[in-house]
Design a protein around this ligand. Structure first.
Ligand SMILES: O=C(O)C(=O)C[C@]1(C(=O)O)C=C[C@@H](O)C=C1
Length: 283
């Protein structure tokens, strides 16, 4: 989808292709005129964002209300040193689509991104289809239309069905109505500017793993009236079951964050601020 972009268009790296949920999330944040730099994998998104010549920013899904956290993406974020500069919460509607005229009984396989499949397990468990994980929902739709295969169904967005001329044989098949994905907007540290009205931050740290060490950190965060909206723990690779933590925090005044960071610095190791940004609204 990499069209020749006009001089002022932003190049935004996304995981996925035209009609993917990442494209919609990128357009929600940057506006319809942005140019999507389409990547097959989340690793490729990170590579493209790290390269200033290829992109101005990137979009990467991080968690979903049905399928949970995309754990490898936390690791990618941490290793890359990229910063979070924003977030988008998007309502995701998943639909089963086929080539026009194909009946449900003829489907043998269903293809889609693993996160999309996971969001539809309740519906998929009612059938005996082979589930095939692919790079992207929209790319699967594109490939199905091209192959004209009468035995494959794809899970993707309504927009993908329209673009690739497929029939939505079962709409809204996600397990719960409230199906939201949270997308992070990423940029290189040297290109980050202070965001006016920022009210959310993501930090990473580990403690010395002594008894109560995490509780002490969390208590300090609570003391300055910060709302801890997410806590994710990870085993530190190669360590003997030691853990690092990713914490999302919401505040009304940036001074609260500075105060909290001051207090927790002596209680933590490798404390890193992964981003200070504006909390996203449910779209
Ligand atoms: O395949 C897509 O369309 C994507 O944008 C990927 C992705 C994801 O990684 O979570 C994005 C949102 C939905 O939750 C399902 C799939």
């Amino acid at each position: 989808m990499n069209k020749k972009n006009k001089p002022n268009e932003l190049n935004i790296a996304i995981q996925g292709y035209e009609g993917s949920f990442h494209q919609e999330a990128a357009q929600t944040f940057f506006g319809k005129n942005m140019n999507a730099v389409c990547c097959d994998t989340f690793r490729d998104v990170i590579k493209v964002v790290l390269n200033k010549k290829e992109s101005d920013a990137g979009v990467m899904a991080i968690e979903n209300t049905i399928a949970g956290s995309i754990l490898p993406n936390y690791n990618l974020l941490h290793k890359s040193g990229l910063k979070i500069v924003g977030e988008v919460y998007m309502l995701i509607r998943q639909n089963l689509m086929v080539n026009i005229g194909v009946p449900l009984e003829d489907i043998k396989e269903v293809h889609s991104h693993s996160m999309a499949l996971q969001q539809c397990f309740k519906y998929l468990d009612e059938h005996r289809w082979k589930l095939v994980e692919t790079e992207d929902t929209a790319l699967s739709a594109k490939k199905l239309a091209k192959s004209k295969n009468p035995h494959v169904g794809v899970i993707a967005s309504r927009l993908a069905a329209e673009i690739y001329d497929l029939e939505m044989i079962a709409p809204n098949i996600h397990t719960m109505k409230n199906n939201y994905t949270r997308f992070l907007i990423l940029n290189r540290e040297e290109d980050v500017v202070e965001i006016e009205g920022a009210n959310k931050a993501s930090i990473y740290f580990h403690t010395d793993n002594s008894k109560g060490s995490l509780a002490k950190v969390l208590n300090k965060i609570n003391e300055v009236d910060i709302n801890l909206s997410k806590l994710q723990s990870f085993p530190i690779p190669g360590s003997d079951w030691k853990y690092s933590f990713h914490v999302d925090m919401e505040f009304s005044d940036i001074k609260q964050l500075h105060h909290a960071l001051e207090m927790i610095t002596p209680l933590t190791e490798e404390l890193r601020v992964n981003g200070i940004y504006k909390k996203g609204k449910n779209m």
